[in-house]
Design a protein around this ligand. Structure first.
Ligand code: KG4
Ligand code: ZN
Length: 338
């Protein structure tokens, strides 16, 4: 089965074609970052309008890259939630319309399931079961993945997501929005000895996270030491070290609790080099296998939606005639794939 995937849940229009036999055939991404940067965050109405503008030209581009005519598409998958309602509606309307016009089935996909399954786009794909660390702009979760569509959340954030904490601290350091990657780059120049940020929740039992305190800690440090170039870099370094070490401690604890031996990293913060290095070291020490999607499939993309949609369509799932989106949709409510 050959499936067109459409991702429009937030500020990236991602389009891809995935073939069950041949794998990923083509993908393209348009990031709206420049549109929203001036506002210091995503403006939902502008996001929807940009998806309207970009989605169809990107589909044409992806079909051309794959050397396919529209008639050769056998199914359409789109992100059904969670996300911004207007942005989701653009992808859902387009997906359902194309499915109707082309006479092929459609399926709505959970955005976070897409992130969880992104490592299956790689040659060295994990086997089930595995633990997934899902770290994105909106989510920080440890998930037991027993099989396709079989997810149990064993750790969650009580407040800010890891990516959100990166973005808020980056804003404080005047690095623009979304500043996660810029903060990571600046941290490379930082002195790790100058400031020490707390490792939230590590002394408490369990696998939950809390990151909002780190941003306050960063704010207090700025008030005390100012914002000269070296201080900025030192704060970035201390902040990143705190997030990375906290995530590593909780992943290690998840292995010890479950006895499972595989770890998958998913979501935008999974693109962070320091996190990747620290998790690689921890996995070697614990003797567990570690899987990352390539960098461009850590952040939002159409390929993960095309892949996940393909599995669901092969399992017989179909959307009805009505167009529905779920802006809030817990991952635990996703149904197993047959
Ligand atoms: O998964 P994603 O693309 O979108 C959501 O579904 O949220 O994640 C975006 C998040 C943003 O908060 C961004 O700042 C963060 O991932 N991010 C990073 C890096 N690259 C992206 N955070 C830290 N280091 C990076 N290199
Ligand atoms: Zn995402």
């Amino acid at each position: 089965m050959r499936v067109l995937g459409i991702e429009t849940s937030c500020d990236e229009t991602g389009i891809a074609v995935y073939d069950a036999q041949q794998g990923l055939l083509a993908h393209s991404l348009y990031s709206q970052t420049a549109t929203h940067a001036a506002f210091g965050g995503v403006v939902p109405e502008l996001a929807s309008r940009d998806h309207v503008r970009k989605a169809v030209p990107l589909i044409e581009e992806v079909l051309q890259k794959a050397g396919l005519a529209a008639e050769q598409i056998e199914g359409v998958a789109y992100t059904k939630g969670p996300g911004l309602v207007g942005a989701l509606l653009v992808g859902a309307m387009l997906g359902r319309t194309l499915g109707f016009a082309w006479g092929v089935p459609t399926v709505g996909v959970h955005h976070l399931e897409g992130h969880l399954l992104a490592p299956f786009l790689e040659h060295d794909a994990p086997a089930f079961p595995f633990i997934a660390l899902l770290v994105s702009g909106g989510h920080t979760e440890l998930v037991k993945v027993a099989g396709l569509g079989r997810y149990q959340i064993i750790g969650d954030t009580l407040d800010d997501a890891a990516g959100e904490a990166f973005d808020k601290t980056a804003k404080l350091l005047e690095l623009g929005y979304p500043g996660g990657a810029a903060l990571a780059k600046l941290a490379e120049k930082g002195n790790p000895e100058r400031f020490h940020f707390p490792r939230p929740m590590v002394n408490r039992q369990g696998l939950d996270f809390s990151f909002s305190g780190l941003k306050t800690f960063a704010l207090n440090t700025v008030h005390e030491h100012g914002l000269d170039a070296q201080t900025k870099a030192d704060i970035a370094r201390a902040f990143q070290d705190a997030i990375v070490e906290t995530l590593v401690i909780k992943c290690r604890r998840a292995f010890q609790k479950t006895g499972w031996r595989r770890l998958v990293i998913a979501g935008g913060v999974g693109a962070n080099t320091a996190l990747r290095q620290a998790l690689t070291e921890m996995s070697q020490q614990e003797g567990v296998s570690l899987y990352f999607p390539r960098l461009e499939f850590c952040t939002d993309n159409g390929a993960m939606i095309a892949y996940t949609g393909c599995q669901r369509l092969l399992g017989g799932e179909r959307e009805g005639l009505s167009v529905e989106v779920y802006p809030r949709w817990p991952l635990s409510e996703v149904k197993p794939i047959l």
